[in-house]
Design a protein around this ligand. Structure first.
Ligand code: F6P
Length: 320
């Protein structure tokens, strides 16, 4: 009987539960024993492991967060921590793992695979900062949350003829800002991957006002190289228009996952079980051009994500 473990690690993301549900139910269907590891790699080190049944994952498909809980573990990044993890897995008789998380979780998965564990990794993070997949589990829901916020903020910004800077998450990746900026009609976006020009941004606000625009929305990724409050002060001074900051923060991580996130989670999880059942090498599973694609786990770790410059430039055109 194959014994597999499943864990979620790093920042939680809507759709992680859908992935856990599919891992557990497809795993049991394939004749495996499935163990839930709580609190990611941190819980693995502590042996926080319990056997999962079909009913353990009832009524979670629609819920945000992760029923397995999550954590970030400094200790796991050390040699000593990883040896400890191997001992715990050996004690529980688990040699196969499904890891669900972002780039930090992927690095942890690679560390374990180097030590002989078979790992299937699923990209679970709102940040969309994982290069081997077109989209990560949770990204679509997070962008929908930002769009909802933009609509509401636009109402009040127009009424007061203000500029509003909306700060979004994404760590070192600007994709939440880029996708929400393009589909939410932002005047400008600031992302970590591209240098911004404060005069450009300010000029657009003044020209927009001269053309009759009542408000300006600027989406700033948290990783962009400027403090939001400082940015607001500078823009206010340059444009002579009231400028406010809204930090969306953890709002973006909660909520019921969209259909797209549930589907991505479910299909990548089902694929992970198929691959474990056939004793495949370790893989990272994501999508390329809309198809579920497993790629070599070690290769996945070497890939770098680039921002979509066409989308970035289109925002400039549409905001005029
Ligand atoms: O990786 C997801 C994320 O929400 C990032 O966008 C953000 O920078 C970070 O996690 C926040 O982490 P924490 O939950 O530790 O505050």
């Amino acid at each position: 009987m194959k014994k597999i473990g499943v864990l979620t690690s790093g920042g939680d993301a809507p759709g992680m539960n859908a992935a856990v549900r599919a891992v557990v139910r497809c795993g049991i269907e394939a004749g495996m024993e499935v163990y839930g590891i709580e609190r990611g790699y941190a819980g693995l080190l502590e042996g926080e492991i319990r056997q999962m049944e079909r009913r353990s994952v009832g009524d979670i498909l629609q819920r945000g967060g992760t029923i397995l809980k999550t954590a970030r573990s400094e200790k796991f990044t050390t040699e000593e921590g990883q040896e400890r993890a191997m001992t715990v897995l050996d004690t529980f008789g688990i040699n196969d793992l499904v890891t669900i998380g972002g780039d930090g979780t992927l690095r942890g998965a690679i560390d374990l695979a180097r030590r002989g564990v078979r790992v299937m990794h699923l990209p679970g993070t709102i940040d969309n900062d994982v290069a081997y997949t077109d989209e990560t589990i949770g990204f679509d829901t997070a962008v929908e949350t930002v769009l909802d916020a933009i609509s509401k903020i636009r109402d009040t910004s127009s009424s007061h003829q203000r500029t509003t800077i909306i700060e979004v998450m994404g760590r070192h990746c600007g994709d939440i800002a880029l996708y929400a900026g393009l589909t939410g009609g932002a005047e400008s976006i600031l992302i970590p991957e591209i240098e911004y020009d404060i005069n450009d941004i300010s000029r657009k606000i003044v020209m927009g006002r001269n053309a009759g625009k009542l408000h300006s929305i600027i989406i700033k990724a948290e990783g962009a190289n400027v403090d939001s409050q400082e940015l607001a002060k500078t823009i206010e001074a340059k444009t002579d228009r009231e400028t406010r900051v809204v930090v969306l923060s953890y709002l973006q991580r909660g909520g019921s996952p969209t259909m797209r996130d549930r589907l991505l989670a479910t299909l990548t999880a089902a694929k992970a079980i198929d691959l474990l059942a056939e004793d495949s090498e370790s893989k990272a599973i994501g999508t390329q051009d809309g198809k579920i694609v497993p790629i070599d786990l070690f290769d996945a770790g070497k890939m770098k994500r680039e921002p979509d410059m066409d989308m970035y430039n289109l925002i400039e055109v549409l905001a005029k």
